[in-house]
Design a protein around this ligand. Sequence first.
Ligand code: LLP
Length: 385
Amino acid sequence: MLPDEQLLEAAERFGTPLYVYDAREIDAALARVRAAFGDARVFYAMKANSNFAVLRRLRAAGVGFEAVSPGELARARFLGCSGDEVIVNGPAKTPQEYALGGEIGATFVVDREEEVERVPAGARVLVRVNPALDVSTHDHLATGAPVSKFGVRLDRVAATVAAARARGLHLRGLHVHIGSAIRDASDFLAAFERLAGLASTVGELEVLDVGGGWGVDADLAGIARAAREAQAAFGARELWVEPGRYLVATSGTLLTRVVGTKETGRRFVLVDAGMTELLRPMLYGATHPVRPLWAGADAGLFDLAGPACESGDLLARDVPLPEPAVGAVLAVGQAGAYGAVMSSTYLSRSRPAEALWDGEWRLVRRRERPEDVWRAELDAETVTA
Ligand code: LLP
């Protein structure tokens, strides 16, 4: 996390709630990925943080993108990405996504057998495999479990590959992504071994895409070793990876100001950010480190409660803090991934501003205004579709 003074300067200058990112942290995370994965091609899962400033920085460093919605594809097109730079993923792609991805010339991930008939003629494709494994993460974050909606069942992969080839698609390889926020290399090893078991039926491949899913403190070296073994089993020339969280989580901090305190059965510090700014604690029970940006003797443990009229609107529990004064600033860490992008306009709240530190502060998304939130309703009076 950036030093207190710099964070306070940003809060002063841009207001709170505010997301701030340290560009150097993104560079450092990418360097760690490259150190572990060598010449593997990196496709950043832009769902983690699709701010153009982040996308531009990663793209300039040679990173491609994984996109899962019309909006994400539109971002890639806006940036002028070529087909080589974009993977189109998602379990329920719409005609709009096939058209946009086709226009760019992207590689499509076939997520179910029937999709072989949907992707544009001649498209480059990967077939996503569901390895049917339970992994050590939150239920909502597991994507390769037997009950997950993702991927093609192991016993249908060979048929799907054959169907793709028969339709004249350019079958580049297989794809697997077992879930998110996983630390342990053994989960990846188990999944990649299941995948490698398909080598005898599927034959040689150009590409093996092992997805992302790495927690911020994941064992990258162990995951990379497991991936290389699977790559070798298929004789695949290229290894592709799709990290989201790992590249951006630690770069980001949510800054929020103290509005007041209150004691009921618990001790609360009331702040100006909550579930509408950072949903992860409420949705996944996620914990984010909290640092007070003021000094003082420890005044006990506080729950960080947001402004929403919802009891679940807590950013953290049992945080040790010095006595909070109104207007003091708290820094909520590891918020660079799935933070700003999952913020909402519930309660007609304006989504927060975002700023990037790169030797100096730069505003990279202005704070929304109430009019931004209701604009589409007023437009409906003049537009019919
Ligand atoms: N590739 C695919 C196909 C994915 O579905 C995802 C994430 C990624 C790559 C990147 O995963 P990562 O490296 O970021 O773990 N909103 C949740 C995370 C959902 C992740 C969904 N898919 C959260 O706040 O933790």
